[in-house]
Design a protein around this ligand. Structure first.
Ligand code: DAH
Length: 345
């Protein structure tokens, strides 16, 4: 091919060339200016040319060279500035799978607890997180000088001098019992999940916010045996048919008698391990018979009715079930932690 024709062909190739990636631009550059590139070879060929045509051809070759160089740098700049549209539109690329969200371990533990009590005929009741003193303490028989009523333990929203019913963040879900008893007469059979707040320094074992489930059953002649059987059923459903429970005497202002329920350690089978601190028992729930003065404070006739109540921490149950023992993990929402619960429903 005469040089003249080659130059014209290359010139129109340069002018019409487009690229969708930097790689293509580089390939084009090598095709023209590489060791064996077409423009490089033209220059070699040009060395043999002599006479009249030399000037004319020289001009043309240089024009081709600079147009090609301009085109290469122009395309390069454009591609560096914005990602290739064909890359975005490439329908043949493998898709990136959306990861499916999972339930938070606290939500799973909470619904597992509630479902067990639902089987026993309990319904779910909820109440406000911002409460007043009467529902959190007063009606539940807390004496006025009880330490829980102190700023050190309770977050007050507003506490004015002489105000005997200040607004505060509930410190336990027992406040929902009060609301339920105030608004309905027995039979009452409820479980009350919710967030509670206490003025605690945050550590692996304590947090200023956590979750509880409260239970309440009030009817004619409800007995301590009913409480014990209900808790035994719950423990077996939650931790397995082989677990046993024990009730230790305890004290709460709103129950009389009061007890602490332990479940035999499902991890070591009661032999003693580091989860149960070698005792073979895990503390799970506070409980007791509703104090008659609590019934009366909520306008339920304590001569006619009796009831039992219990309360447990959801984080505590989650820790025992999933064995992640730093409380903070449940609140930080680090996806690396949460992804481990994909199998938990
Ligand atoms: N409200 C108690 C707490 O926050 C838990 C509790 C104990 C609830 C005994 C009850 C009960 O209903 O009977 O520690």
């Amino acid at each position: 091919m005469a040089m003249q024709t080659k130059i014209s062909a290359l010139l129109s190739e340069v002018e019409s060339f487009t690229a969708s990636s930097l790689h293509e631009v580089e390939e084009f550059r090598v095709k023209l200016f590489g060791k064996k590139g077409e423009v490089t070879l033209l220059f070699d060929e040009f060395k043999q040319v002599s006479g009249e045509v030399k000037r004319e051809l020289g001009k043309k070759i240089n024009e081709l060279k600079s147009k090609a160089q301009d085109r290469v740098s122009e395309l390069r700049q454009a591609l560096e500035a914005s990602p290739s549209p064909t890359l975005l539109l490439d329908t043949s690329r493998p898709g990136s799978a959306d990861s499916v969200g999972t339930r938070h371990p606290i939500a799973s533990a909470r619904s597992e607890i509630l479902n067990i009590f639902r089987q026993l005929g309990f319904t779910v009741a909820e109440g406000p997180e911002i409460e007043d003193d009467r529902h959190v303490f007063g009606a539940l028989n807390f004496p006025p000088e009880h330490p829980a009523r102190d700023m050190q333990d309770t977050f007050f929203i507003e506490k004015r001098e002489g105000d005997d019913n200040p607004v505060l963040l509930r410190t336990h879900t027992s406040s929902i019992q009060v609301r339920a008893m105030e608004s309905q007469q027995p039979p009452i059979r409820i479980v009350c999940p919710g967030r509670v707040f206490r003025n605690e320094a945050i550590s692996a074992r304590a947090h200023c916010m956590f979750h509880q489930v409260e239970g309440l059953y009030v009817d004619h002649s409800v007995s301590f045996a009913d409480l014990k059987q209900t808790l035994l059923y719950f423990a077996k459903e939650l931790f397995g048919a082989n677990v046993e429970i024990r009730l230790r005497p305890s004290f709460f202002p709103f129950t009389e008698p009061s007890a602490e329920m332990d479940v035999s350690c499902s991890i070591c089978g009661g032999k003693g391990c580091n989860i149960c601190k070698g005792t073979g028992w895990l503390e799970v729930s506070g409980c007791g018979m509703v104090d008659p003065s609590v019934l009366d404070a909520c306008k339920i006739d304590s001569q006619k009715y009796s009831g039992f109540a219990f309360g447990m921490g959801v984080e505590r149950i989650a820790m025992l079930k999933y064995q992640a023992r730093d409380l903070r993990l449940y609140f930080e929402n680090d996806v690396r932690f949460l992804r481990q619960f994909t199998a938990v429903v």
